[in-house]
Write a protein that binds this ligand. Structure first.
Ligand SMILES: *Cc1c(COP(=O)(O)O)cnc(C)c1O
Length: 399
């Protein structure tokens, strides 16, 4: 679905099967644990169709969940979608569904930090060995493959440092070796790239971010192709992973405006990023649409559009000057997560500590911005004052 007009229509109409909505435009909240049956035949039918959109028991989902699952499957371009209590839950749910003792996992070095912690603290204890790889490795991933390599995990762009991966090249190698590929596709959301057309087997979303879009719900999704869907669905179910229908209702509601919100976030972010690129204090901008972002050519080839999240690296700076930058901002608030309507800022030191396969020069501070839906003139004025505070602290320190 690269045609933008068709995509806009699909965002509005997907997952609205009357079987689930009963004709109500936004799928309503169906709460359930017990579902009662009048006859043994009815119960047998429900058991037989429990993974098929029939009500069976609350933990298998209700029409609220089914409608959302259908929408995400269609937008991602996969076969089936499992829902999780958070994005982190979707990542662990997907990995634990396919890895067992003695398996080897290839994990991208620029991965979201809690995913790295999952590998080092939990999977290691289960006897799963992780090797981290350079996000720009491409087809050379073949050199790291072992006979017991079971999963290659990708995240593109990478968290914080924003390297874009050559996803199709890695998937081609993985297919030759019968290795499962999983992609944390949160930055693209389900509409800005086509993971299954690139060869990915399982695409993961922290729906907490842009799908929900209002910073008020935690939810995750993992969408599988037809081959991997039965195991993903069943193993996630066995782990007892469910989501509240109220949260899913809000995710469904947020989804309908995803296209227009992302277009505005993208427009605003490009304006701010262009302004930053011309600042004397800035070493380079790590926005996938800029050629100063590693892997930019893969963004040009594989993505439909961008969003509001990017980083920039300063030529110099210390804790005091970066603190002066990020504190006391008027519109940019300090806080984790992203994807809501408000602008956010975070200053990073010590990124070298969460890199083991690649080198990161921590002498240059990195600042990550999420550009919200405010007026960009206000955001730029806010950043201008932040640079003034930054410079005065830096000069005071070097005297
Ligand atoms: C936020 C985030 C997650 C985790 O999502 P939660 O819903 O906060 O658990 C996973 N991956 C990426 C890339 C994220 O940005």
């Amino acid at each position: 679905m690269s045609n933008k007009d068709q995509l806009a229509t699909q965002i509005v109409s997907t997952g609205r099967d009357k079987k689930y909505t009963k004709g109500i435009i936004n799928p309503p909240v169906f709460r359930a644990s017990t579902v009662v049956f009048n006859t043994m035949d009815e119960m047998r039918y429900a058991i037989k169709n429990k993974t098929n959109g029939e009500m069976f028991y609350g933990r298998r989902g209700t029409p609220t969940h089914f409608a959302f699952q259908q929408a995400i499957s269609e937008l991602e371009g996969g076969f089936g979608t499992a829902l999780y209590p958070s994005g982190a839950g979707a990542i662990s749910g997907a990995l634990l569904s396919f890895l067992s003792q003695g398996d080897h996992l290839l994990m991208v070095d620029s991965v979201y930090e809690p995913t790295r912690d999952l590998c080092d603290k939990l999977l290691a204890g289960y006897g799963v060995e992780t090797t981290y790889y350079d996000p720009l490795i491409g087809a050379d991933i073949s050199k790291l493959i072992r006979p017991n390599t079971k999963v290659i995990f990708l995240e593109s762009p990478g968290s914080i440092t924003m390297e874009i991966q050559d996803v199709p090249a890695i998937c081609r190698i993985a297919k030759q070796h019968n290795i499962i590929t999983m992609l944390d596709n949160t930055w693209a959301s389900p509409i800005n790239c086509r993971p299954f057309e690139m060869g990915i087997d399982i695409s993961i979303q922290a729906a907490t971010k842009y799908i929900v879009g209002h910073s008020d719900v935690m939810i995750g999704t993992a969408t599988a192709n037809e081959t991997h869907w039965p195991r993903l669905r069943e193993h996630s179910y066995l782990m007892g992973l469910t989501t509240s229908p109220d949260d899913v209702y809000l995710a469904n509601r947020g989804l309908r405006t995803l296209g227009v919100r992302l277009a505005q976030h993208n427009k605003n972010a490009l304006k701010v990023a262009n302004w930053l690129a011309n600042r004397p204090e800035v070493d380079h901008v790590r926005h996938p649409a800029f050629d100063t972002c590693p892997g930019h050519e893969f963004f040009e080839r594989d993505f439909i559009s961008g969003n509001g999240l990017f980083s920039f690296v300063l030529k110099q700076g210390n804790l005091a000057s970066v603190t002066a930058f990020v504190e006391d901002m008027k519109h940019f608030k300090m806080g984790f997560s992203w994807g809501g309507f408000e602008s956010l800022v975070l200053g990073y030191f010590g990124l070298d500590k969460i890199r083991t396969a690649t080198h990161w020069d921590s002498s240059k501070p990195l600042i990550r911005l999420h550009i919200g839906l405010e007026d960009t003139d206000d955001l730029i004025a806010d950043l201008e004052q932040a640079f003034a505070r930054f410079n005065s602290k830096l000069n005071a320190n070097t005297k």
